[in-house]
Design a protein around this ligand. Structure first.
Ligand code: NAI
Length: 687
């Protein structure tokens, strides 16, 4: 019997059911039908004693077809396939390699035994998609690993490598030799026996251990609905008969998969998948990169060097002076020592990474590298001088990148004789932690140089997004429109703490004023001073941040900004002096303070983001609306479960959005530039 996605081979008295649905053997409807048919064949054929379920290619079932989750699910659904395996009188052994994730692991848990090749990873990441495992994962896993561990694993979306999977009992054996032969032997040894997980009792667990697991899961899972639902389902496994508990799990899964949150999370996954695939770059082959030079060993340079070393690159760290170089090298060393000390990295791995670092003051060594990343002071003349030196020393064909946040990449590239090789690689601070990487296209940048930037981003495990060369690129440009709107609101009557609390409740990791205090108010202050001469004199301008800076309140580093930070206090404290300063600013403009509610605050902040997104799309700085969602979620603490501002905008509907924009324009006063919403509403992937 054969199916396009599943076929059955024979190894003597054992059927080998092969799932062949490249690239990840996703458990789509044809796969489910194929497995179902193969199990029927196993039951019917008296010459067969048992079966092995295995994936073709380089993986078992590494996940589901996410697009299916937004639509009515085709029959047979996975629980029915698993029920067929369980009711089949003959044993079925799952042979795992690559990844067995989500429905893939659930299918394996429905089998009578599991053997895994070394290097296999297993996990139930459903909660990260706003759903719970819907094919028995919440019931069968606890029977193997106990309630506390099942909660940790499911709620944390944790993945286990083969040794941990063996230790916890998720797999019965690791196949040292040929996986298929080992699994066939295992199936033969089981002949005549069934050992279904459903027939096992859930191991008794200590109430404190369960409470601890629940508490941690809720905290790290930000109390999202899927986390609570997964906890409830796992706990049910201990006291509700399995068929009833499976029915409950299934009902919750069906409800959650069509929830707004699940659509939002899937949208974000599709947007992230799309962000590195650009039609304009099709056919462009990334240049080979192994050796990377980082120029400037400050905050960003040392973070970028760490990221490079951790990804396996050879890193040459260059500086202008010995003391700064020494400080940078020490910072890098301390990072690795800290990781070893906290048990996150093996000493041997840290030593291997550090051995790939070379710190030098000799710029002629730039000739050795494939990629240069400049991270010196944010001053155009300094950067131009540095690029002249890079141009003199780097080999032809090397990609030359700047980490500038705001400067004109074309003005930097113009100092070289090879602007086609110049890109922006805009990392976020701390560069070894933050996921987002903006890859900036200059007017002369060659497609393969740009493709190299995206490939390097992938190797660094960053979320790389392509952006045009414009002031603030995508992220900082949107963020400053958002912050400006929040400043408008405090000028009109809201307080900084009210705005922060409303946006944090919406889901932002931090409110904009707490963020401003954390990063320092002086950066934006200097920028406003630099732009003063060219600013539209009619445009609305809020003086509050300038006044704070003039009073020496530069944020956390000076102990005061929008908030105060007295020694010993936990976090930002509201300061009456700030209230007085804001009231003074309002009085000078004759603004009578009015009350705001949280809904209005969130709405205005979101509309400001959406409007700036529309402008960026019209200018071609962002190519696709959904790239903006990737930027905000991965670089600016925007709540992933809200899908990003574009998802939010599409969810509002065109009429409501357009009315909201009328209000926004009215509230923002003179100088407000309104974007055309059509790009936001139509371009890029959708769930
Ligand atoms: P930093 O002041 O901590 O480090 C700059 C380093 O560059 C210093 O060690 C300095 O000695 C070195 N340097 C200066 N001139 C040099 C020259 N001519 N040749 C060689 N080395 C030289 O600055 P930070 O914060 O690391 O910023 C560096 C760049 O990264 C800037 O372009 C900044 O806009 C950008 N950036 C900064 C972010 C941040 O949050 N700090 C975020 C994203 C980008």
């Amino acid at each position: 019997m054969s199916d396009a996605r599943v076929h059955v081979e024979r190894d003597g008295d054992i059927a080998v059911i092969v799932i062949d649905n490249p690239p990840i053997n996703a458990g789509s409807a044809p796969v489910r039908q194929g497995v179902m048919a193969a199990v029927r064949q196993l039951e019917a054929d008296a010459t067969l004693q048992g079966a092995v379920l295995i994936g073709a290619g380089n993986t078992f079932i590494a996940g589901s077809d996410l697009r299916e989750f937004g639509q009515p699910l085709a029959e047979p659904q996975l629980p029915a396939v698993i029920a067929a395996i369980e009711t089949c009188s003959k044993p079925v052994v799952a042979a795992l390699h690559g990844a067995a994730l989500g429905g893939g692991l659930e299918l394996a848990l429905g089998c009578d035994a599991r053997v895994a090749a070394p290097g296999t990873v297993v996990g139930l990441p459903e909660v990260t998609l706003g759903i719970i495992p819907g094919a028995g994962g919440t019931q069968r896993l606890p029977r193997l690993v106990g309630i506390p561990r099942a909660i940790r694993m499911i709620c944390g979306g944790e993945r286990f490598a083969a040794p941990a999977a063996l230790e916890t009992g998720i797999v019965d054996a690791i196949a040292e030799g040929d996986l298929r032969s080992v699994a066939v032997a295992h199936a033969r040894a089981l002949a005549g026996r069934k050992q279904r997980l459903r027939d096992r009792a859930v191991p008794a667990a200590d109430a404190t251990a369960i409470d601890e697991a629940v508490h941690t899961a809720l905290k790290t899972g930000k109390r999202r609905p899927a986390v609570q639902a997964a906890i409830d389902a796992v706990i049910e496994s201990a006291h509700v008969p399995i068929d009833e508990a499976l029915a409950d799990e299934g009902a919750v899964f069906q409800r959650l998969r069509v929830s707004r949150e699940a659509f939002a999370l899937r949208h974000q996954v599709f947007a992230e998948q799309d962000s590195t695939m650009h039609p304009a770059l099709e056919g462009a082959v990334p240049r080979a990169v192994q050796r990377v030079a980082v120029i400037g060993a400050g905050t960003m340079g040392s973070g970028i060097a760490i990221a490079g070393l951790e990804a396996g690159y050879d890193v040459l760290l260059l500086e202008q002076d010995g003391a700064a170089l020494e400080r940078g090298a020490t910072r890098i060393h301390e990072h690795f020592a800290g990781r070893v000390q906290s048990g996150k990295l093996k000493a041997s791995a840290a030593a291997a990474a550090e051995a790939r670092l070379q710190a030098s003051l000799d710029w002629s060594r730039l000739a050795e590298v494939d990629l240069v990343i400049e991270a010196v002071f944010e001053q155009l003349d300094v950067k131009r001088q540095v690029f002249e030196r890079i141009d003199t020393n780097a080999r032809p064909g090397a990609v030359l990148a700047s980490n500038t946040s705001y400067l004109d990449l074309d003005a930097i590239a113009a100092t070289t004789r090879r602007p086609q090789d110049v890109i922006g690689l805009h990392f976020f601070s701390p560069a070894n932690v933050m996921k987002l990487l903006e890859v900036v296209r200059g007017k002369a940048t060659a497609p393969d140089a740009l493709a190299t930037g995206l490939a390097v981003g992938k190797k660094l495990r960053k979320m790389a997004v392509l952006t045009g060369n414009a002031f603030g690129f995508i992220g900082n440009r949107i963020y400053s429109a958002y912050r400006r709107q929040c400043e408008f609101m405090i000028e009109e009557g809201a307080s900084p703490e009210q705005v922060d609390a409303a946006l944090q409740r919406f889901g932002f990791a931090m409110g904009p004023f707490a963020v401003a205090d954390l990063s320092g108010l002086d950066i934006a202050w200097r920028m406003r001073q630099a732009q003063a001469a060219t600013r539209d004199p009619a445009a609305r301008y809020v003086h509050i941040p300038d006044r704070l800076c003039e009073a020496g309140r530069l944020g956390r580093k000076t102990g005061a900004g929008y908030y105060v930070y007295p020694a010993g206090a936990k976090g930002p404290q509201v300061d009456p002096a700030v209230r007085a300063l804001i009231e003074q600013c309002r009085a000078e403009k004759g603004i009578a303070a009015r009350a705001f509610d949280n809904g209005e605050i969130v709405r205005r902040a979101m509309l400001a983001i959406v409007n700036e997104a529309a402008l960026l799309l019209a200018e071609g700085v962002a190519e696709r609306a959904t790239d903006i969602d990737v930027v905000l979620v991965n670089g600016y603490g925007f709540p992933r479960w809200e899908g990003g501002p574009v998802f939010w905008a599409r969810d509002q509907g065109e009429a409501a959005l357009s009315a909201g924009m009328d209000d926004l324009a009215h509230n923002s006063g003179p100088g407000f530039v309104r974007g055309d919403l059509k790009h936001v509403l139509t371009e890029g992937a959708s769930a």
